[in-house]
Design a protein around this ligand. Structure first.
Ligand code: UDP
Ligand code: MG
Length: 327
C-alpha cells in the first residue's frame, strides 16, 4: 500500500490508566515528530485501561489521523503492549516510549540522528532518575548490575525500553515468540549495530506509577530467567559448599568424640542445621519453579495478547496473533 511505504517513523506508546497525562503526552510527541517533516504514526497501545484513556485518545484521533490505537481486551502488561506495538508498526524506524513523559520526547530527534548515521538500535541511557523513590532507584540499579553479571549477552545497564529500532530489528523481534518477555534483553540479543544516547529521566508528568513492587519483581525474574541459567547452578554450587562444610564438621565431631573428654552438644545444633538445609533446599526448588512455570507458559501456545479493537489500522495491515503467523 502507498501509505505503508510512506510511513517513516512509528512511535509506540503503551498506555495503562494514563488519562491524566495522555493529552499532554500527545501534544509533546506531536510537536517533536512534526519537526522531522516526515510522515509518522503515533501508535498507542491501550493495555486494558479502566479510566478515560481510550475515550481521550479517540477524541484526539478525530483531529489527527496520525494517531492510531490498538485496544487490548484486558491488561496484558507493559512488555506485551510494547511487543504488540512493534507488531503493528509500519515505520522504517520504530520508537518505543513511555506515556508518562518520564522519557523526554525531544530525545527522539537525537535518536533519529544516530539512526541516520547507520545505527540499527539507539537506546536511551539514564544518567539520573528524578522524582523516584530511593528504594526504586536502588533496586533498579541492583537489578541491572546483577543481570549484567549473570548473562553472557551485553544488556546495557540503566536503560529502559525507551529506544529506536530499525525496521529490520523490529522484524526480528516480531519473530520471537517468548511469552514472559523482557524486551530490552531481546533487543540486545538480536544484535546489529547498537548505540546509546544519554538523558536524565524526568518525573512522571501526572498520575502514579503502574509498576508496583510486585510487577518490578516479575519483570526482574523474567529478565534473569530469560537470559541466564546461573540461578539453577546455585543448587550444585551451594550443595557442594554445604557438603564440604558438613564433612569438615564431621571430622571435628569425630575428633572430639575419640580424642577429647567433651561430649558433642545435642539437638539444638541439629535443629539449626536442619532449618538451614531445609530453607536452602526450598529456595532452590522455588528457583526451579520459576523456570518450570515459564517453560509451561511457553508450551501452552496461547497468543501473546488479544486485541479488542484497532483504530486506524486497516484489516489489510493487521497481523494475526503470533501463533498464527508462525504456526
Ligand atoms: N504500562 C502498561 N501496562 C502495564 C503497566 C504499565 O502499558 O501493565 C505502561 C504505562 O502506561 C507507561 C509505561 O508502561 O506508559 C511505564 O509504566 P510506568 O511509568 O508506570 O513505570 P515506571 O516508569 O514507574 O517504572
Ligand atoms: Mg514511568
Amino acid at each position: 500500500m502507498e501509505r505503508e511505504r510512506t510511513c517513516i517513523y512509528s512511535v509506540v506508546v503503551p498506555v495503562f490508566n494514563e488519562e491524566e497525562v495522555i493529552e499532554q503526552t500527545y501534544r509533546r510527541l506531536k510537536a517533536v515528530m512534526d519537526t522531522t517533516k516526515e510522515p509518522y504514526e503515533l501508535l498507542f497501545v491501550n493495555d486494558g485501561s479502566r479510566d478515560a484513556t481510550v475515550e481521550k485518545l479517540l477524541r484526539i484521533r478525530q483531529q489527527d489521523f496520525n494517531v492510531k490505537l490498538i485496544d487490548f481486551s484486558r491488561n496484558f502488561g507493559h512488555q506485551v503492549a510494547i511487543s504488540a506495538g512493534m507488531d503493528y508498526a509500519r515505520g522504517r524506524a520504530v520508537i518505543v516510549i513511555d506515556a508518562d513523559l518520564q522519557d523526554p520526547p525531544e530525545l527522539i530527534l537525537d535518536m533519529i540522528g544516530k539512526w541516520e548515521t547507520g545505527y540499527d538500535v539507539v537506546y536511551a541511557k539514564r544518567t539520573a532518575r528524578k522524582g523516584e523513590t530511593l528504594f526504586k532507584k536502588q533496586t533498579a540499579s541492583l537489578f541491572y548490575r546483577t543481570l549484567r553479571r549473570m548473562t553472557d549477552i551485553e544488556i546495557p545497564v540503566d536503560t529502559g525500553d525507551f529506544r529506536l529500532l530499525d525496521r529490520k530489528v523490529c522484524d526480528e523481534l516480531k519473530g520471537i515468540q517468548e511469552k514472559n518477555r523482557f524486551v530490552r534483553g531481546l533487543v540486545s540479543w538480536v544484535g546489529f549495530r547498537q548505540t546509546a544516547v544519554e538523558y536524565e529521566r524526568d518525573e512522571r508528568a501526572a498520575g502514579a506509577t503502574k509498576y508496583p513492587l510486585k510487577r518490578m519483581i516479575k519483570l526482574s525474574l523474567d529478565g534473569i530467567t530469560s537470559f541466564s541459567y546461573k540461578p539453577l547452578k546455585l543448587a550444585s554450587y551451594g550443595g557442594m559448599a554445604l557438603s564440604i562444610v558438613g564433612f569438615v564438621y564431621m571430622l571435628a565431631v569425630l575428633f572430639q568424640t575419640f580424642f577429647t573428654e567433651t561430649t558433642v552438644p545435642g539437638w539444638s545444633s541439629l535443629v539449626v542445621i536442619q532449618l538451614l538445609f531445609g530453607g536452602f533446599v526450598l529456595m532452590i526448588l522455588g528457583m526451579m519453579g520459576e523456570y518450570i512455570g515459564r517453560i509451561y507458559d511457553e508450551t501452552k501456545d496461547r497468543p501473546l495478547y488479544i486485541v479488542k479493537e484497532t483504530y486506524g489500522l486497516s484489516a489489510q495491515e493487521m497481523r494475526g496473533p503470533r501463533s498464527l503467523r508462525h504456526g
